[in-house]
Design a protein around this ligand. Sequence first.
Ligand SMILES: NC(=O)c1ccc[n+]([C@@H]2O[C@H](COP(=O)([O-])OP(=O)(O)OC[C@H]3O[C@@H](n4cnc5c(N)ncnc54)[C@H](OP(=O)(O)O)[C@@H]3O)[C@@H](O)[C@H]2O)c1
Length: 309
Amino acid sequence: MDIMHPAAVIGTNAWGSETYGKLVRGSYVDESTIRESVELAKKKDLLIFDLAQDYGFGKAQKMIGEFGTDDIILSSKFTPMKGYKPGQVRKSLEKDLSDFQREYVDIYWLHLPADIEENLGETIELCREGKIRHIGVSNFNLDECKKSKEILDKAGIPLYGVQNHYSLIARDWEKNGVVYWCKENGISFWAWAVLEEGMLTDPRVKTPRSIMKILFNRKKRKLHSLYVLMNKIGKRHEITIPQVAMSFVSSKGIVPICGCRKPYQVEQLYEATNVKLSDKEIRLLEEEADRLNVKILGADMFRFAVRKK
Ligand SMILES: NC(=O)c1ccc[n+]([C@@H]2O[C@H](COP(=O)([O-])OP(=O)(O)OC[C@H]3O[C@@H](n4cnc5c(N)ncnc54)[C@H](OP(=O)(O)O)[C@@H]3O)[C@@H](O)[C@H]2O)c1
């Protein structure tokens, strides 16, 4: 698998915690089912797992460490929530490595654009020590991406990627030039929440109630005509509505990160990213999404958490 051009990435946000699963997703998925999903992902060459210390209320990273990480690619993050303190990235990475039972992380993202010089400076040091293989930034706007690239270029380390929120109904990072800038510069663009946390799934399939679903249900009704179009396009390619949302992203050369905790979800992600939607299908989907203009997760929704200096 080419780390620069993965077909898709497995999201682990909802792994491990019973409370998180039930509250946010409406159901809990046990460890053996998640383990089965990991094994299937490996068979399908979907080797990258996207993690962060808070995923599954702190359980996801430990879980993957216990499963064994010899034959997979780990993507993990430093989340700067407080004022900068020297050594904070190192300390956080040490915790990650202990969770992963590993000596290094393959891809390490600065999760928010706070104290960029200081946090990237430490990340560069850790990369030189071999504890990090590739460096990326997440939830960064275009100016912040450019600034990060400059810092990394000076250190002789390429910016691996940008990981921002992007989906069929949230294409702001494309409209404001970040996706184009990444392509121009050979930087990977990863889209998180391509299914909008479950909103871009088939409305006819009933799932247990959760906080997310209570928040989204009213908006789901407004997306009716988009679901009809997704269903029509999906039938042509023998894929489901959520798979059209995944395929839409991968067909545009963007890497979809999809929250998978059940084997069928891994299978569907694999199938979807092997389907290429036509330019016409992409245009029709975009036009309908823009016409409806339903916003759920803001493209820059974590801006509030970026501490000002
Ligand atoms: N960098 C960042 O700031 C950031 C922020 C958020 C997320 N992320 C990353 O992005 C990943 C993806 O986001 P997410 O997991 O929150 O949301 P998501 O992938 O948009 O949606 C997950 C939801 O979709 C459902 N689903 C998954 N596959 C499906 C399929 N084939 N058919 C029908 N439904 C399906 C899941 O169902 P179930 O509930 O039944 O499992 C869950 O409800 C995260 O896991 C994380 O790795 C990064």
